[in-house]
Design a protein around this ligand. Structure first.
Ligand code: ATP
Ligand code: MG
Ligand code: MG
Length: 354
């Protein structure tokens, strides 16, 4: 059988491994951390640093194709692997998505509209950025942020010092605060032949910067901006010669979708596709990177509600199991921490009981 190498060892890698197994593939997880919930369900595991070239070469030799579930894999790692094995999606997508400033400039270059933004590489530049963007605003580190980490809000220019300290004085980008009605995502998959398919766009609700839930049907305002947002994401996928699942996060703006950020991978707001669509994002990502025909992305059941189990929420699992219509996903992480995604639960064709 064939082996798919996956860079990164979290729950996205775990769900990709399950989908790959269903199609007869083995997966090989490569991740630096000793604990990997993906490795628990994969056939092979290499625990090594991102710059361990002998181990990377061995991983490449053991894989028919390599993909990633984590967008902060160093670009040099993927460049090195690309000399030995096909990596899908490739370096271009990873490079753009790792750098919020490069990503926004790229999106503008293909006709997208992010919130007003300005670079803040240092404290002095932040003052200039505040003059350009105004307040309220959000300061975000250019690199490494996720789940709202590395971000600070500025209600007024006087908050500059506090915000700059709060994000650890790292190079950042200042973004105008968007007074949005809703947030939604575009989930697409692009095949090896360039074919693009989309799942329906869910409405996404965040709490403290972390995704709390994704639901369908989405409000009419989301459905009304879905086509414009899809067209932008298709441009992006095309420009990057993208293969696999690509996600775009958007705000519903007064005159069209406002681009927030993209993820060059399967995404938390697409977990509902496991039970709520003909083909899940995980299966279609595997199909795409393995060069197989794409599966149908149609929604099969409405309503669909996906809720994350974050930190102490995981204690609700017994009660959720007692609700026979709840699809419970427990990621098997050993350590419960505040703000950590430990599982999720999906209702498809049924309303949550609680
Ligand atoms: P992810 O885990 O999705 O990668 P992240 O850490 O990269 O998250 P963002 O997506 O930039 O963070 O922001 C997290 C959330 O904070 C957004 O989904 C949105 O709810 C809110 N937010 C971010 N930027 C803005 C903005 N400019 N205006 C209003 N709200 C915002
Ligand atoms: Mg992000
Ligand atoms: Mg986000």
């Amino acid at each position: 059988g064939s082996t798919i190498g996956i860079l990164g060892g979290g729950q996205l890698g775990r769900m990709l491994s399950v989908a790959a197994a269903q199609l007869g593939y083995r997966t090989h997880i490569y991740a630096p951390d000793s604990k990997s919930v993906a490795a628990d369900v994969a056939a092979h595991h290499t625990q090594a640093a991102w710059d361990d070239e002998p181990r990377l070469a061995a991983f490449a030799a053991a894989s028919d194709v390599v993909t990633f579930e984590f967008e902060n894999v160093p670009v040099d790692t993927v460049r090195f692997l690309s000399g030995h094995v096909a990596v899908r999606p490739g370096v271009a997508a990873l490079e753009v998505a790792q750098d919020r400033l490069a990503e926004k400039n790229f999106v503008v270059s293909v006709g997208g509209r992010p919130a007003p933004f300005a670079p803040a590489p240092d404290r002095t530049a932040l003052d200039t950025a505040i003059e350009m963007v105004g307040t309220p605003a959000i300061l975000k580190t250019v690199r490494m942020g996720y789940d709202g980490k590395g971000q600070a809000q500025l209600a007024a220019p006087a908050d500059a010092d506090t915000a700059w300290d709060a994000i650890g004085r790292h190079p950042a980008v200042l973004e105008g605060f968007v007074d949005f009605a809703h947030e939604f995502s575009v989930l697409l998959v692009r095949g090896i032949d360039g074919e693009v398919r989309y799942w329906d766009s869910p409405v996404n609700v965040h709490g403290a910067g972390i995704l709390a839930s994704s639901s369908l049907p989405a409000p009419a305002a989301v459905a009304g901006q879905q086509d414009a947002a899809r067209a932008l994401m298709a441009e992006i996928a095309e420009a990057l010669d993208y293969i696999g699942v690509l996600t775009g996060e958007f705000f519903v703006g007064a005159d069209g979708p406002i681009f927030n950020e993209m993820a060059p991978r399967v995404h938390n707001s697409g977990h509902w596709t496991i039970e709520g669509a003909v083909t899940s994002q995980f299966e279609n990502h595997i199909r795409a990177v393995a060069g197989l025909p794409l599966g149908d992305t149609a929604t099969t059941a409405l309503p669909v509600v996906m809720r994350n189990l974050i930190g102490a929420d995981i204690a609700a699992v017994p009660a959720l199991l007692a609700d026979g219509r709840a699809h419970v996903h427990h990621y098997g992480k050993a350590e419960v921490r505040d703000g950590r995604k430990l599982g999720h639960v999906t209702w498809a064709g049924a309303e949550p009981e609680t």
